[in-house]
Design a protein around this ligand. Structure first.
Ligand code: NAD
Length: 352
């Protein structure tokens, strides 16, 4: 075994159906008495439900979170938290809502309790992003990591089936790249493999019956593990491609991960054979890249960049951006093969 370093940054995690009822207790543990509840406009009812559980500990519901945390939304949320005298935030939603809470924490140090409602995993990471004038400024700071996370699978029952599938694939992508990360270690690899196994088992069940609470629990458990590895090891070419396509071409986050993942893994297959074996094993299939492609197809998830809105004339620019500032990756990042990967993904062609 290679020598390694394993460092832990803990959030307190409460997991279980109906666990949102423990919010007042969790707030107490963290010494939070006046919290601002954050969510999206689409999830305003959830925000109100959470405010109801919190009673007088809630100073307001700010339901304006949107994808990629626009700087003006972050500014207005920070001002609202300040004006209301909030001493913390409760983020009830997916990566966009938790991202807004992180933007507030970055400026004001207000602690966060997250109630994730998707499988994106932001609640387990110190990663943040704020978008200003079309540019997403991303960073890493443990101050923005939620101090408490309540995983209540009941909150995911309303996640539309199509988004459940792609969000689950988004989570699997974190774990797949963790298995070949240069700074990975045996502990995070265990979590990654188990996260893939849990999600690959749960997603087909959710596709058949989206209200299957056991499948929802398994998926959320997998998402927790995948989010943990995302927060602790460096991601590679897959995440670089997705951040570029999402940030510069405004493609939907979970869908772009779903389309790119089999192609990115095929790109790395020869350079990271051990990781591919572990991914295949966790999927219960013969090959990692092809297995993910098959899983995506069985879930009726999108398979081409074209169908999720990528302009054909943007592929060259995307390849340039990926090559200019690559993430660490087991195979060298070269423009020709990256452009070919993007072209295949654009068409939804066979894996190389
Ligand atoms: P999202 O939070 O943008 O949610 C997508 C849509 O689904 C929204 O309209 C939301 O209101 C709705 N929704 C979410 N959960 C729902 C539920 N249970 N029921 C009904 N509707 C629901 O989607 P996401 O994929 O979770 O997050 C994407 C964003 O998060 C991107 O900006 C991405 O960059 C960021 N992200 C950040 C990290 C990190 O570590 N910082 C990790 C993953 C994703």
């Amino acid at each position: 075994m290679q020598p390694f370093v394993h460092e832990t940054h803990g959030a307190r995690v409460v997991f279980g159906g109906g666990a949102r009822q423990f919010l007042p207790r969790e707030l107490e543990q963290l010494g939070m008495h006046r919290v601002l509840v954050l969510t999206t406009p689409e999830q305003v009812e959830l925000g109100q439900q959470i405010a109801g559980i919190l009673e007088e500990r809630c100073v307001g519901v700010y339901a304006k979170a949107v994808m990629h945390v626009p700087a003006d939304v972050a500014r207005s949320a920070i001002d609202t938290a300040r004006t209301l005298g909030a001493d913390g935030c409760v983020a009830a939603g997916g990566g966009s809502t938790i991202g807004l809470a992180k933007a507030i924490a970055l400026e004001s140090d207000l602690p966060i309790i997250a109630l994730p409602t998707t499988y994106a995993g932001s609640e387990m990471t110190p990663l943040y992003g704020i978008t200003d004038a079309g540019l997403k400024k991303a960073g890493r700071d443990w101050r923005v990591m939620p101090r408490g996370v309540i995983y209540d699978p009941e909150l995911t029952l309303t996640l539309p089936v199509a988004l459940s599938m792609t969000s689950g694939m988004n989570a699997i992508a974190h774990a797949a790249e963790a298995l070949y990360a240069r700074d990975g270690n045996p502990i995070y690899s265990l979590m990654a493999e188990e996260g893939i196994r849990a999600l690959a088992g749960a997603l087909p069940r959710l596709r058949r019956a989206s209200a299957d609470i056991d499948a929802r629990s398994d998926a959320l458990y997998g998402a927790w593990l995948c989010g943990t590895v995302l927060g602790n090891v460096q991601m590679g070419v897959h995440h670089k491609l997705c951040h570029t396509l999402g940030g510069s071409f405004n493609l939907p986050h979970a869908e772009v991960h779903t389309v790119i993942l089999p192609y990115a893994l095929a790109y790395n297959a020869d350079a990271a054979p051990q990781a591919m074996v572990r991914i295949a094993k966790a999927l219960g299939r013969e090959s990692g890249p092809a297995g993910l492609r098959e899983l995506g197809e069985s879930l009726a998830a999108p398979r081409s960049l074209r169908e999720i809105g990528m302009p054909a004339d943007g592929l060259d620019r995307a390849a340039d951006l990926v090559v200019e500032t690559p993430y660490p990756n087991p195979r060298r990042i070269e423009r020709g093969p990256i452009l070919e990967l993007l072209q295949r993904a654009y068409e939804g062609a066979e894996l190389a």
